[in-house]
Design a protein. Structure first.
Lengths: 275, 439
């Protein structure tokens, strides 16, 4: 019931809106597929899809290993683990907009951290250079969301029965061998969950990037959700923006299904066979 | 887990709670509003006019508690999409702040604002107090839909007097002198121009002035009238080419495309001496007075008109910028709120107290007959320059992103940004913009 009201009804609304032409103020006029044609023919849209793909891949490459290692660490029994876990978690508690504002100030090429500490290599034009801006965005996203995925992996590691590790230890396996042979395979479903969230999440990253770069410089960090917002609320072309929204929903669903299929979640295989 | 909550995890939890609540408390409390819930609502902009609007509404609310106004402020870049969405959803404020131009026209076309022509006819003192050319900027198709509400805002070339004195140069009177200055300042390790490139609209000031100087005001008039192919005028290409030449010569501070104007970062570059000049609106004089009082008091801020371009067709006295900001009254607001709004426009807007506040802050109210007050103020050099520029100008071109409709304005800002970044050529710009006229 709640799902229907908050998810299905707006979805149908957006699909209908994508077949109209509306500038946000005037009357809504029926337009057929013209809004779709406008949205897809715009070269910026293709660029936005490419930028989204790049951010998705880079985010995954950066966040997955870091979260995995941190998750394994925080699930262990080292001293001060609890305190460190809390500190690692703080970035996630902060509002994305606040994080973006803070980083914008820190990365300012004239008044930011680099010029302040007089470190030349930190005083680059981070957010104004088309090539650097994308990597900065990936870094800030990773900074904020690694704690979230760390938590997921931590939960996954906690679930692994200790008896597996004890058996391996008796057989003479070292830390690294245990990690590769036991921890990683047992984390398969956790990894799928985390990766699905990462991939679909990168299709909806908006607030952080909007405040950080607003899609700039030029169009180099204008990913699809941001492009959708700017088309709808800056250029006031609601029809085209709705078409982009529908594309996002479809791609997100396909991605989630694909990742679940790859992981074999439908095969109801258990990871605890023999125990 | 072990027995209950261990001391270590309790400490960790306490630490997290303190951090989180500390961060949550970092935001400032909103303005305390003691006005009734169904009052007329007013959305103003932070920055230059904020102080005078705040005082003006406070004085009004004190004198007329039954027609009180609830005032909220928003930052410039955040305000523009917000008000459009709110008005489109039928939740707009009673007082609508605008710049006139295409946005006002879109409100008029959708019946969102009141026709104030009869109000003006019934209140001659209101009509007569304004500078006529500014009042007419609030008219669409001969009818008044918006009243000017603050100060004259031409675009001015600011410069750092001390840097100029040290280099032994004077502010540029022609474009060639400007290009020569670029080399001079770069040799000294000072950026010639600061620019708020990330906000995109500061880029407009360059092309507005260049196009006017090179081709005269008729070129943009044709563009604003949507005549097909209007962007293909050779003056447009020349203006864009000169901009790219300036970029190539290193005329703008490096990293300009990550500097925002809303945070006053471009002004900071000027008054900290990192940049020698800044092309910006007259409103930054007011923010500089509060943001850099020592710099202003020591008289280091210089200001002059935009240079001429050799062989250009435009009058050197033409200016660009915003004639004023305007208040419109929402046509969909309840009757009581509309009456309160009209009462404020009649008796509460630009009172003598408001005029004094604006002049003290460093702005020139859009009223007639204030020469004596301007000459008597502490900032008389700047204020009289602005007043003279605005009243003597044969043509005062409204900022293009306000003069054009939203679709064209958005395309213009995005493509001009790419011109400054040198990602597209002037010819590509012209082709893309011509296409927006056709759709």
């Amino acid at each position: 019931m709640i799902f229907a009201v908050f998810a299905l009804v707006p979805l149908v609304g957006v699909v209908v809106l994508s077949l109209t032409r509306w500038d946000g103020l005037g009357p809504i006029t029926w337009d057929g597929v013209n809004s779709w044609a406008r949205a897809l023919a715009d070269p910026v849209t293709l660029n936005a899809i490419w930028v989204t793909a790049k951010i998705m891949v880079f985010s995954f490459v950066v966040q997955a290993p870091v979260s995995l290692l941190l998750g394994v660490f925080t699930a262990g029994r080292q001293r001060y683990r609890a305190v460190l876990a809390v500190i690692y978690f703080v970035p996630l508690l902060l509002s994305s907009a606040a994080v973006a504002i803070a980083y914008k100030a820190l990365l300012d090429p004239n008044f930011g951290l680099g010029p302040g500490l007089k470190i030349k290599s930190l005083a680059q034009d981070w957010l104004g250079n088309s090539n650097l801006a994308l990597f900065v965005v990936v870094f800030v996203i990773a900074w904020q969301f690694v704690p979230f995925h760390t938590l997921i992996y931590q939960g996954g590691v906690r679930q692994i029965p200790a008896s597996l590790f004890e058996a391996a230890q008796i057989d003479g396996a070292g830390r690294v061998r245990q990690f590769v042979a036991i921890t990683l395979p047992q984390l398969k479903y956790t990894a799928i969950t985390s990766s699905t969230l990462m991939a679909v999440g990168s299709l909806t990253y908006f607030d952080l990037i909007f405040v950080l770069t607003e899609g700039g410089p030029g169009y180099s960090t204008r990913l699809l959700p941001l492009h959708m917002y700017l088309t709808g609320f800056k250029a006031n072309d609601m029809g085209a923006a709705s078409a982009l929204a529908v594309i996002l929903v479809v791609v997100g669903l396909l991605l989630a299904v694909l990742l679940q299929r790859i992981g074999g979640a439908d095969r109801s295989a258990s990871q605890l066979e023999g125990l | 887990m072990q027995q209950g909550l261990s001391r270590r995890s309790f400490l960790a939890l306490a630490g997290a709670t303190v951090t989180a609540s500390g961060l949550a408390a970092c935001g400032s409390a909103g303005p305390g509003s003691s006005v009734p819930v169904d009052s007329a609502t007013m959305w103003g902009l932070t920055g230059a006019s904020q102080n005078y609007v705040d005082k003006s509404v406070a004085a009004w609310n004190k004198a007329h508690p039954d027609q009180a106004i609830k005032l909220d402020f928003f930052a410039n870049d955040a305000f523009k999409p917000k008000i459009r969405t709110a008005v489109g959803a039928g939740q707009g404020p009673t007082f609508m702040w605008s710049w006139g131009g295409g946005i006002l026209k879109s409100y008029v076309d959708t019946g969102q604002v009141l026709d104030l022509s009869s109000f003006l006819a019934q209140n001659p003192p209101v009509k007569d107090r304004y500078i006529p050319s500014v009042l007419s900027s609030g008219m669409i198709d001969g009818k008044t839909y918006a009243l000017p509400n603050n100060n004259l805002q031409p675009i001015i070339l600011y410069y750092h007097k001390e840097i100029f004195a040290k280099a032994g140069v004077s502010p540029p009177a022609t474009w060639d002198e400007l290009m020569a200055l670029v080399g001079t300042f770069k040799a000294q390790g000072i950026a010639p121009f600061a620019l708020g490139g990330q906000s995109k609209w500061p880029n407009l000031m360059w092309i507005e002035y260049l196009l006017d100087r090179i081709g005269g005001p008729e070129v943009f008039r044709r563009i604003a009238a949507h005549s097909p192919g209007a962007w293909s005028d050779p003056a447009v290409l020349e203006a864009l080419t000169r901009i790219q030449q300036l970029v190539d010569a290193g005329g703008f501070i490096s990293g300009f495309s990550s500097i925002t104007a809303d945070s006053n970062a471009d002004q900071a570059l000027l008054f900290t001496g990192k940049a020698a000049m800044l092309l910006q609106g007259s409103w930054i004089y007011q923010t500089l007075k509060t943001g850099a009082p020592d710099f202003m008091k020591s008289g280091k801020l210089g200001f002059t008109t935009f240079p001429t371009v050799a062989g250009g067709a435009g009058d050197a006295k033409n200016i660009v910028g915003n004639p004023s900001n305007f208040w419109s009254v929402s046509a969909t607001a309840p009757e009581k709120q509309r009456q309160a709004a009209l009462a404020y426009l009649k008796d509460g807007l630009l009172t003598p107290a408001d005029v004094d506040t604006t002049i003290t802050d460093g702005g020139v109210p859009v009223l007639r007959g204030i020469d004596a007050k301007l000459a008597g103020s502490a900032d008389k050099e700047f204020l009289t320059l602005v007043y003279r520029m605005a009243t003597a100008a044969p043509n005062f071109q409204l900022s293009w992103d306000q003069a054009l409709g939203p679709v064209q304005a958005d395309a213009l800002l995005a493509n001009l940004d790419q011109i400054f970044l040198k990602s597209i050529t002037p010819e590509q710009f012209v082709t893309t913009m011509n296409r927006t006229i056709a759709t």
